[in-house]
Write a protein that binds this ligand. Structure first.
Ligand code: PLP
Length: 399
């Protein structure tokens, strides 16, 4: 049989490829700092207690496994939209936000991209000059082009706000602008609230379409409202953002593939049209979304005790990340005679360390410390068990 003899071996995925290499390593102290999935202080995967309890409640209900419908569970969509835009959202009270349940953040980004490819006149998505490694692949695979605007300033390990605003001003009017709602991946650099206002002003002046990826609501600061500031600001400014929402990180539902896509439209009638077309895109691809994660999310969101416990667990997770940032900064400053202020200035799951590619390679080859080649450290993978080892190995490289 020669059906596939012409198929060439493809390159491994940047992140999942590293995870594979990590699994294969026999080094006794190996550390995986590449993967963005929360770990507890002992380095173990963490299932939220509110989710474990929701799971029991749902099991006891003896529910069926019928299809959810193309747009998913109505309760899930309603709650996800409220969590994203806030109870007092003008779009929600007017009934002009189209929401569908999606296959987590990635599925939502892909669905939005196919919608743009079919219905939006501009076919380029502009993203920050560093962004999550999968963004451009998703856009291209949906038939769009991907291009960049200035964002990260290497000299300060912070935001180049002037450069960003300048680029946004110079792009063709009506461009699709991808923004990270909070906890920018990979840089950990978020605009301040004032900078978001400035960004909103330019987006409005230029008639750009804000395409907001919200993968870390509540996971950045531990506060759901604060992490949704940008989305809510832009919506209240009348900008009609398209928002992709993931429940992977904040509810720990990684493998359950739970999320939503929200398209703010101009009227209820427009929303109905948009909704009908999104369903037409869903039907031939995955037909309808997975039900288990959505049921769990709704249980946590609607059960007062579980909701309270969720808020507390968000604080625990974001607090542990913040403790690890302090420990990493202190360790490196003690051992290298350099200042590392950006480690605690950055926010969210990742630290953009400033380590160069050759240093990252040495860490992997000599010490079995795995991270992406841009020097991004997954803070959630650091724990009391491995931080000393990581600090010592990085310090050895630098002195
Ligand atoms: N967007 C960003 C910025 C991310 O970091 C991630 C996950 O790492 C996602 C989207 C999508 O994640 P998922 O598809 O697991 O919800």
């Amino acid at each position: 049989r020669y059906f596939w003899s012409g198929v060439e071996m493809g390159p491994p995925d940047n992140i999942f490829g590293l995870v594979e290499a990590f699994k294969n390593s026999t080094h006794p102290n190996k550390v995986n700092l590449a993967m963005g999935a929360y770990r507890d202080e002992y380095g173990n995967p963490y299932v939220l207690n509110c989710i474990k309890k929701a799971e029991k409640i749902i099991l006891d209900r003896n529910l069926d496994k019928e299809y959810a419908g193309m747009s998913g569970f109505a309760d899930f969509c309603a709650d996800a939209a409220k969590l994203t835009f806030g109870e007092d959202s003008p779009g929600l009270s007017d009934g002009r936000i189209a929401t569908v349940q999606s296959i987590s953040g990635t599925g939502s980004l892909y669905l939005a991209s196919t919608f743009f490819a079919k219905f939006y006149p501009h076919k380029v998505v502009y993203h920050s000059n560093q962004t999550w490694g999968n963004h451009a692949q998703v856009f291209k695979s949906a038939g769009l082009e991907a291009n960049t605007y200035t964002y990260y300033d290497k000299s300060t390990c912070g935001l180049n706000a002037d450069g960003m605003l300048k680029d946004l001003r110079e792009l063709p009017s009506g461009s699709i602008i991808l923004l990270h709602a909070s906890a920018h991946n990979p840089t950990g650099v978020d605009p301040t609230q004032q900078q978001w206002r400035d960004i909103g002003k330019v987006l409005k002046e230029k008639g750009h379409l804000p395409f907001i990826d919200m993968a870390y609501q509540g996971f950045a600061t531990g506060d759901l409202d604060r992490d949704a500031f940008a989305v809510r600001l832009l919506e209240r400014e009348g900008l009609q953002p398209v928002v992709t929402q993931s429940c992977a990180k904040n509810l720990g539902l990684y493998g359950e593939r739970t999320g939503a896509l929200h398209v703010v439209t101009a009227s209820k009638e427009e929303k109905d049209r948009v909704m009908s077309q999104i369903k037409i895109l869903i039907r031939p691809t995955y037909s309808n979304p997975p039900i288990h994660g959505a049921r769990l999310a709704v249980e946590v969101w609607r059960n007062k005790d579980l909701y309270k416990e969720w808020l507390a667990e968000l604080k625990i997770m974001s607090g542990r990340i913040s403790d690890m940032r302090k420990a990493l900064q202190l360790g490196l400053e003690t051992n290298t005679n350099r200042k590392w202020p950006h480690i605690t200035r950055q926010i969210g799951m990742f630290c953009y360390s400033g380590l160069e590619t050759d240093q990252v390679t040495l860490l992997r080859e000599e010490h079995a410390i795995f991270m992406t080649k841009d020097g991004r450290i997954s803070m959630v993978s650091l724990s009391n068990n491995n931080i000393e080892y990581v600090v010592n190995c990085i310090s050895k490289l630098l002195i």
